[in-house]
Ligand binder design. Structure first.
Ligand SMILES: [Zn+2]
Length: 309
């Protein structure tokens, strides 16, 4: 019902195209889907844009359906930025419709990453895992895509966008170095990261973790009893000390693994809450991309590193 409403509204929006006003009080109206994308826009375009983030704290992008208010915001935007690679699965048709109208640039920033750097979507029919922001080195390409998109719609801000995006890229480099140093507190053979859904493969690839999850890359499919059993076996076999819940996913399946491990005599802790698919509250420590990445690594290191390091 929601989806149908969305499609009808999209068509209505497209028919109203000539009425759109993409500039508000001299600022460019930008709509971004995820927090990590908005973080880039805010950092490099700040005062030149009015920014709307569709997917706030705790929102699951895999299952999110556009609201009426989202659709009106999209109608009025000068630029629409989304992750792509099928992360926002239920928004794809809305974005395709707007793209076809040719009126508003609609950019999938994760799709700017060279294919050779993308990891396969192991458990589904899509080509690539969309959770690319969990590796700052790969996320550089998204920063460049946002910069180029902003310059295309607002050439007057070009020098500023270049200057600030260079700073952002330098910050990503420094973040990567810091995360690498933090990860080294956990011996390589103990870097086993077990989470609710499979969002951390890029993170694992970057920082040397084997990553296992109850649910697959999308949260749309339910976890099965067999998934719980398989993960419990892994946790027990490797004596994994802690497993992790996620802010945008139910903790039920991870708690089921904990109970099943306990039933066979292995006590595994819930190591904390990770931000897999959304940032934290804007005023909190995980409210920025950088804060979120540091929170995740700190939580993982605290739970998995041996006590004497
Ligand atoms: Zn996800």
């Amino acid at each position: 019902m929601h989806l149908r409403l969305g499609l009808i509204m999209t068509l209505t929006i497209l028919s109203l195209a000539s009425c759109a006003t993409p500039v508000s009080d001299g600022r460019i109206r930008v709509v971004a889907t995820t927090g990590p994308i908005s973080d880039i826009v805010q950092a490099i375009a700040g005062e030149r844009v009015t920014l709307r983030t569709m997917l706030g704290p705790g929102i699951d992008p895999h299952t999110y359906i556009a609201t009426e208010s989202d659709l009106f915001a999209l109608q009025e935007a000068a630029l629409i930025l989304y992750n792509g690679l099928h992360l926002e699965a239920n928004l794809a048709r809305v974005f395709e419709g707007i793209k076809r109208s040719g009126r508003i640039p609609v950019i999938a920033v994760a799709e700017a990453i060279p294919e050779g750097l993308l990891l396969a979507w192991q458990d589904g029919d899509k080509a690539y895992d969309p959770h690319v922001w969990h590796d700052p080195q790969r996320w550089r390409y998204a920063v460049e895509a946002v910069r180029d998109a902003l310059i295309a719609v607002d050439p007057a801000g070009s020098a500023l966008y270049w200057q600030r995006s260079e700073q952002y890229l330098a910050d990503l480099q420094a973040l990567d170095t810091e995360l690498r140093i933090m990860a080294e507190r956990i011996p390589l053979e103990q870097r086993i990261l077990v989470t609710a859904h499979d969002a951390f493969q890029y993170f694992g690839h970057a920082y040397g973790f084997r990553v296992e999850a109850v649910q697959g890359i999308s949260t749309a499919a339910e976890a099965s009893a067999a998934d719980i059993r398989a993960l419990t076996e892994l946790v027990v076999t490797h004596r994994v000390p802690a497993i992790f819940v996620e802010t945008s996913v139910s903790s039920r399946t991870i708690e089921a693994v904990q109970s099943a491990a306990r039933a066979v005599g292995h006590e595994v802790r819930i190591g904390g809450e990770l931000y897999s698919d959304s940032l934290g509250d804007p005023d909190g420590p995980a409210g920025t991309y950088f804060g979120m990445m540091l929170h995740n690594m700190q939580t993982i290191v605290t739970a998995l590193a041996p006590a004497d390091t």
